[in-house]
Write a new protein. Structure first.
Length: 67
């Protein structure tokens, strides 16, 4: 079983990740960990590529809805 400090660190990491998702900031570290674990044969995008791709997906012309 982990220490109180480990528990607090884990909670803090999840809280930060949730806040980023709420305000629309993509989580590059989670993406990299996922790619390395689940798709090791695929290349990992740089942060700039990842951020650009996430913003294009989020603000896709004609793909989103208004209101």
């Amino acid at each position: 079983m982990g220490t109180l400090a480990d528990t607090v660190r884990g909670f803090w990491r999840r809280a930060v990740q949730t806040a980023r998702l709420v305000i629309g900031v993509p989580d590059y570290d989670t993406y990299v960990a996922h790619m390395r674990l689940r798709h090791p044969e695929r290349p990992v995008m740089s942060y700039a590529q990842f951020f650009d791709e996430r913003m294009r997906a989020r603000y896709r012309a004609g793909g989103g809805r208004c209101c």
